[in-house]
Design a protein around this ligand. Structure first.
Ligand code: NAP
Length: 325
């Protein structure tokens, strides 16, 4: 019997590749940081039944057109905005993702970014290594208190809840905004549901964790940053498209908000010309929310399992439904 072909668009942990190789002929673009060239991708998917992808590699209509035998696309991520979901669903292609598996790792990193931005950790570390530390100063590198502050979480889903649990340990006052209320969280963590505007006006730390959808596109813009306190810190660990970066730059530059911590950008990798990188009150990270060794390995294995289920025509462990966007 002919083994199906699978295209893996980046180097993956070996455990995941070995799983795939049991059932399929596997092509791997064997690079950690260089994306598969579009010409290579289009050529390789011609006879592929499955594609295993990630947040950085786009599976758009052009790729789908080039892959007439495709049965399944699996991404090692919870967000799937890099895949043309509607088009894939129209063609009956199953789509897998890895929700839940990366929740705690991403909540850890997001909370680390919150603390680093509030207390100027990255700035302080650079200050020492650049030889700028000449003496102790009473107000040198002073930041914002985290313990006991008010946190506003936009997108109280799996990761948002993980952050709320961490915030409770820091005795923070927890506000959140979603399209729907979460009575369990309100009860267990004493979280308060509020409108987006009220959350922005009252929070010392605003953390964005809503997915990238047409509705959330640029949901943080000039108007929203103006509502925030001048002492407030903005954290984005969701997707860059949710934020108007020019408006964020102006808010930081003009002192409308105090600092920002960003794990995601509109364009990734972020260009060194992006004005946000010129600001000392921006802590920038290269989209490493889920990047712990254990979590990334598990994500790759679950993505491989999703892909194999799609090849076999059985139910995926975690399936994106085409009608969710
Ligand atoms: P999730 O459980 O689906 O949570 C998303 C939350 O956002 C839901 O509670 C949803 O609640 C809310 N939401 C959706 N649309 C909204 C809107 N228009 N306004 C306000 N809230 C809205 O997803 P998750 O697993 O927590 O992941 C969240 C996102 O984090 C992912 O989609 C991904 O983009 C990002 N992420 C980033 C990294 C990283 O490396 N930085 C890692 C993992 C995930 P309602 O439906 O009630 O509105």
């Amino acid at each position: 019997m002919n083994r199906p072909k699978v295209v893996v668009t980046r180097r993956m942990p070996q455990e995941a590749i070995e799983l795939l190789e049991k059932e399929a002929n596997v092509y791997v673009w064997d690079s950690e940081e260089t994306a598969i060239p579009q010409t290579v991708l289009l050529e390789q998917v011609k006879d592929a039944a499955g594609i295993l992808t990630n947040v950085a590699d786009s599976i758009d209509k052009e790729v789908l057109d080039a892959a007439p035998s495709l049965k399944v696309i699996s991404t090692m991520a919870v967000g799937y905005d890099n895949i043309d979901i509607a088009e894939a669903a129209r063609r009956g292609i199953a789509i897998g993702h890895t929700p839940g598996i990366l929740t705690e790792a991403t909540a850890d990193l997001t909370f680390a970014l919150l603390m680093a931005s509030g207390r100027r950790v990255a700035e302080g570390a650079a200050y020492v290594k650049e030889g700028k530390w000449k003496s102790w100063g009473p107000m040198l590198l002073t930041g914002q208190d985290v313990y006991g502050a008010t946190i506003g979480i936009i997108g109280m889903g799996r990761i948002g809840e993980g952050i709320a649990r961490r915030a409770a340990g820091f005795d923070m006052n927890i506000l959140y905004h979603n399209r729907s209320r979460k009575p369990d969280i309100e009860k267990s963590l004493n979280a308060e549901y509020c409108s987006l505007d009220s959350l922005l006006e009252r929070s010392d730390f605003v953390v964005l964790l809503a997915p990238s959808t047409p509705e959330t596109y640029r949901m943080m813009g000039e108007r929203e940053f103006k509502l925030m306190k001048s002492s407030a810190v903005f954290i984005n660990a969701s997707r860059g498209k949710n934020v108007d970066e020019q408006a964020l730059y102006e808010a930081l530059q003009d002192g409308e908000i105090w600092a920002a911590g960003l794990d995601v950008f509109d364009e990734e990798p972020v260009s060194l010309d992006n004005p946000l990188l010129s600001l000392s009150n921006v802590t920038a990270l290269p989209h490493i929310g889920s990047a712990s060794i254990k979590t990334r390995t598990k994500m790759a294995v679950v993505a491989a399992q999703n892909l194999l289920a799609g090849l076999a025509g059985t139910e995926l462990l975690f399936e994106v439904k085409g009608d969710t966007v």
